[in-house]
Design a protein around this ligand. Structure first.
Ligand code: SF4
Ligand code: SF4
Length: 167
């Protein structure tokens, strides 16, 4: 079935012109408002960097001097991406404690998080009894290979990163 276009009357001709002018003007009004009145919502990264809220769950950091190797974070992790190894401290070794006074009975020999698997759920930080494992606000940690997304918190480069990000 074919539909017929109604004939263009004198009235509808000028009505169409008026609609075109009105909608163009409306669009330009919005554009002008964003140019002159509204603050921009974009930033010129990397010259300007977004500051995330303190409670954002971004790159994980373990302050290993205060880690007691209790394994609770690894147990809580839903994707099993935390790898911990430790040795029992020598009985004759000097007694040491974390900053909150918890005795350190195990020597941490490995603390690795595979951040390529991490879903940033935060469960590992919630269960940490000494609060040494925390999320930072750092979001600039992309890597070229999956392997380099495994962060070994006993390595010096992680400490250098910590000094940059943890104030
Ligand atoms: S944030 Fe979640 S997924 Fe990532 S290491 Fe912690 S518990 Fe595992
Ligand atoms: S829960 Fe905290 S103290 Fe225990 S092993 Fe994990 S990071 Fe270390």
């Amino acid at each position: 079935m074919s539909t017929m276009t109604p004939p263009l009357t004198f009235k509808s001709y000028f009505s169409n012109i008026w609609t075109a002018v009105r909608t163009v003007f409306k669009g330009l009004t919005i554009t002008t408002r964003y140019i002159w009145a509204e603050k921009p919502v974009t930033i010129e990264y990397p010259e300007v960097r977004e500051v995330l809220p303190e409670n954002s769950r971004s790159r994980l950091y373990n302050d290993v001097e205060n880690c007691i190797a209790c394994n609770q974070c690894a147990t809580a992790c839903p994707v099993d991406c935390i790898y911990i190894a430790s040795n029992r401290r020598d009985k004759e070794a000097p007694k040491i404690k974390t900053k909150d006074g918890t005795p350190i009975r195990l020597d941490l020999t490995q603390y690795v998080i595979d951040t390529s698997l991490c879903c940033y759920c935060g469960l590992c930080t919630v269960v940490c009894p000494t609060e040494c494992l925390t999320h930072t606000t750092d979001y600039e940690f992309s890597q070229y290979t999956l392997d380099s997304m495994k962060y070994d918190y006993l390595e010096d480069d992680i400490r250098a990163w910590r000094d940059r990000i943890v104030k």
